[in-house]
Design a protein around this ligand. Structure first.
Ligand SMILES: [Zn+2]
Length: 59
């Protein structure tokens, strides 16, 4: 498992999430921010384990 970080669009806190790079190059899912509990839509692009990009948007 690798890790990636995004900034919550609701509360602005940095959130660290585990990334399973074996699942696929692009992953999209929604999770609740562990700080403010607002749903956040995540789009994770990982071309290599060293190149992980996370886009976070308000759900
Ligand atoms: Zn938040």
């Amino acid at each position: 498992m690798d890790e990636a970080e995004y900034i919550c669009p609701s509360c602005g806190e940095p959130i660290v999430i585990p990334i399973d790079v074996s699942i696929g190059v692009v992953q999209e899912y929604t999770e609740d921010c562990p700080v403010c509990c607002h749903p956040v839509s995540l789009r994770i692009t990982c071309r290599t384990p060293d190149d992980i990009h996370v886009d976070a948007e308000h759900e």
